[in-house]
Structures are given as structure tokens and as C-alpha cells.
Design a protein around this ligand. Structure first.
Ligand code: SAH
Ligand code: SF4
Length: 381
């Protein structure tokens, strides 16, 4: 089946034209897809039955994801969905809400771009699962649509999307960009470009390509270390790029898009949290026009834990005193394991009944299972 959620509005126009129908039919379908969030072709009630039939015969359908499980944090601000995609692939999507007095909450969706990840960051549960497959654009869009449907029931809507769930977005470049273009198209999901942030482990070619897309999306680069040696220990697939190359790439990105880059730095006790690491990071980033987001790491079974609060604040202070714009990320939803990999890891550990997970989970490739995971994060902005 080809999913209508894969198509950009202009492509949908062409499809309907080719099938011999006027353009307003494409508009009807788009309204339904992005306002009613139908689960199947049959739900497109505005279309005559004959047209739905014609679409089905041409191989088109609707709906790439089925909700398998939903967990809500105690304070109600974080919701995590486990979704099943074609072929039984399980992925996660997280909704993080930030209540604002007298207003609708800021509602950020954290989407996955791959099932698993090939980058193998030692502190990341998704990385420890290994790589299963790339997600298609329609599967990325479906995650946002699922959350939008939940929010609509409460009279709320999606305000931001961050590509910080499972997987490396720039290693699935074309599908990620297609999803972004659908999400920002006013005739499709209609989100503001500036409300989107893509987080990357630092694929240089991908960053340069993204800079030239003519998009206004934000970019976050997961740096985690001020030196090559330390970075390669934490991100074993980091390759020969030096940390200075990443800073240059961030500057190029800013030059061509006008958008400042955020460097994410997962603070791990005893690994990269020393005052001299902070100083080295400050020296690297001073005058670069970038911002640092410190993420006290969510502890993992691999033995990587977060530093004491005092140490985190000390790290932040050193960066700030040396002229680097720094924030410490607000942690959300850790009690529901709200971030990339954890819910799926729990599911594989058979916390849910076999009925809920009729499809056998993929075997972890690294043979290592992690108990906890990245906290659901506020967008790096
Ligand atoms: N692959 C991309 C995007 C997904 S990971 C990337 O690496 O940027 C999104 C963010 O979660 C990254 O900054 C990553 O370093 C962080 N992360 C992964 N595991 C974590 C953990 N256990 N605790 C805190 N942050 C974590
Ligand atoms: Fe992949 Fe990002 Fe996790 Fe690294 S932190 S393993 S790049 S998802």
C-alpha cells in the first residue's frame, strides 16, 4: 500500500489530476488527513465511495501506524506512545507539554526517524539496540498526526516537533526532509518551520545539505565532548571528524540559515563532567555564536550515570563565565521512561501482554539491554 500521508500537497494534486478528478478533491483529502486524522481510506467520508474505491485500486491507502500502548506521566505533562509500523516495527513518540498560565500549553512532539540506531552512543538505549530500519516519511508524519489527534480531544494542538526520538535523522536524510516539508506545508500539517528542531549526532555532509534546503528549521548537534578522543569513546561511530569540524559546520549552518545552532552535551558522571572538560568546551565554543544545552544523562544499565546537581551547576557556571550561552535541560517524564527506546525496551521485556504485542520484537543486536533511558527533553532552543 502507498500511504497518502507520504505525499506533499502538490503531489496529491497531481495524483488526483491523473485519476481524472478536480483539484478540490485534493484539498478535501488534505483537510481530512490533517484535521480528522483518519485511520483508513474508509474514514475519508467526504469522498464519494467510488473515488475511495478508485484510490484503493490504484494502491493507495491511509495509516502507517497503529497505537500499541500509551503511558502518561504522573503530572500528566508527558505522554509516550508505542506505535507499530508496517512489518511489526515498533517505535516510540513522546509528547511533552509545558503548561503556560492562561494559555494552551506548549506541546512538543519528539519523533523517531529510525527503528533503532546504528551510531552506538554508549549511553543511549536506542544506540544499544542496534539498527533495525529507516522509517518512511509517512511513518514520521504519522507520529505527529497520532499526537495531534490526542491533543484535539482536549482542544489543544501540536506547537513544536523535535527530531530527537529513536534514530539519527540525517542518516535517513531524504525521508526526514520529506516529513519536514509535509509538516510545514500550509496545505498539509501547517506547522511553522521555526517550530521544528532536528537533532543530529553530527553527520557533516547531512548538516551542510540541511543548511542548503532553504528551510528555517533549528539544528541541534550532539557533541558530548570537547576533544576527539573523549568523543570517540562516547560516540564510537563518530569517525575522523574533529570536534572543531562540527563547530565549523555549525557556523556554516548559521551563515546560510540565520539560525543559531545548539550543541547538546549529555553530562555523564566521571566521563565528561570535569571542570577541565567545561573549560576545554568553553575554549572550543567561545565566539562561535552557538548555544550549549547540558543534559544530565538518564542513567543506563551500561553504568553511565548523571553527575550530582552541584557538579552540573559548576559545569554550567564555567561555560557561562567563559562567555558560552548555556542552559541545563529540564528533565521530563523519566518516571514513565519517556524517551527514545525505553518503552520499546520495556515492551520487549514483556511488561505488556502478548496480545498487545502480537508481533515478535526484533532481537537486540548488541545483546545488551538497558534499564533506563534518555529523559524526554525540552526542545533544544
Ligand atoms: N540521533 C540524534 C537524535 C536522537 S537522540 C542525536 O543523537 O542527536 C536525541 C538526544 O538524546 C541526543 O542529544 C542524545 O545524545 C540524547 N540522549 C541519548 N541517550 C540519552 C541518555 N541516556 N540521557 C540523556 N540524553 C540522551
Ligand atoms: Fe543514535 Fe542519537 Fe542514540 Fe547516538 S544518541 S545512538 S545517534 S539515537
Amino acid at each position: 500500500m502507498n500511504d497518502l500521508y507520504r505525499l506533499l500537497p502538490a503531489e496529491l494534486d497531481t495524483l488526483f489530476q491523473d485519476l481524472g478528478h478536480p483539484r478540490y478533491r485534493a484539498d478535501q483529502v488534505l483537510r481530512s488527513l490533517y484535521q480528522d486524522a483518519p485511520g483508513s481510506l474508509d474514514d475519508l467520508r467526504q469522498l464519494p465511495a467510488a473515488l475511495r474505491q478508485q484510490l484503493a485500486e490504484a494502491g493507495w491507502g491511509v495509516g502507517s501506524a497503529t497505537g500499541v500502548h500509551r503511558v502518561v506521566s504522573e503530572d500528566g505533562n508527558t505522554t509516550k506512545l508505542l506505535l507499530r509500523m508496517a512489518g511489526g516495527t515498533l517505535i516510540e513518540t513522546v509528547l511533552m507539554q509545558y503548561p503556560e498560565p492562561g494559555k494552551h500549553p506548549r506541546s512538543t512532539v519528539c519523533v523517531s526517524t529510525q527503528a533503532g540506531c546504528a551510531m552506538g552512543c554508549v549511553f543511549c538505549a536506542t544506540g544499544q539496540m542496534g539498527f533495525e530500519r529507516n522509517l518512511h516519511a509517512e511513518e514520521i508524519v504519522a507520529q505527529v498526526v497520532h499526537i495531534a489527534r490526542l491533543l484535539r480531544e482536549r482542544g489543544e494542538h501540536v506547537t513544536n516537533v523535535v527530531f530527537m526520538g529513536m534514530g539519527e535523522p540525517l542518516a535517513n536524510y531524504n525521508e526526514t526532509i520529506r516529513a519536514v516539508r509535509i509538516l510545514v506545508d500550509p496545505r498539509a500539517f501547517g506547522l511553522s518551520q521555526r517550530a521544528i528542531t532536528i537533532s543530529t549526532v553530527g553527520l557533516l555532509r547531512g548538516i551542510d545539505r540541511l543548511a542548503e534546503e532553504g528551510l528555517q528549521v533549528g539544528l541541534a548537534i550532539s557533541l558530548h565532548a570537547p576533544t576527539e578522543e573523549l568523543r570517540q569513546h562516547l560516540v564510537p561511530t563518530a569517525g575522523p571528524h574533529s570536534v572543531a569540524d562540527l563547530v565549523s559546520a555549525a557556523k556554516r549552518f548559521f551563515k546560510s540559515t540565520g539560525r543559531r545552532v545548539t550543541f547538546e552535551y549529555a553530562l555523564i558522571a566521571g566521563e565528561n563532567d570535569r571542570p577541565e572538560d567545561a573549560l576545554a568546551l568553553a575554549r572550543l565554543l567561545r565566539h562561535s555564536g552557538t548555544h550549549v544545552n547540558l543534559i544530565p544523562v538518564n542513567p543506563t544499565a551500561g553504568g553511565y550515570g548523571r553527575p550530582a546537581r552541584q557538579r552540573v551547576l559548576e559545569f554550567e557556571r564555567i561555560l557561562r563565565e567563559n562567555g558560552v550561552n548555556t542552559t541545563v535541560r529540564v528533565e521530563k517524564g523519566s518516571e514513565i521512561s519517556a524517551a527514545c527506546g525505553q518503552l520499546r525496551t520495556d515492551a520487549e521485556a514483556r511488561i505488556f501482554s502478548p496480545d498487545e504485542l502480537s508481533v515478535p520484537p526484533a532481537a537486540p543486536k548488541h545483546g545488551r539491554r538497558q534499564a533506563t533511558h534518555a529523559p524526554a527533553q525540552s526542545p533544544a532552543r
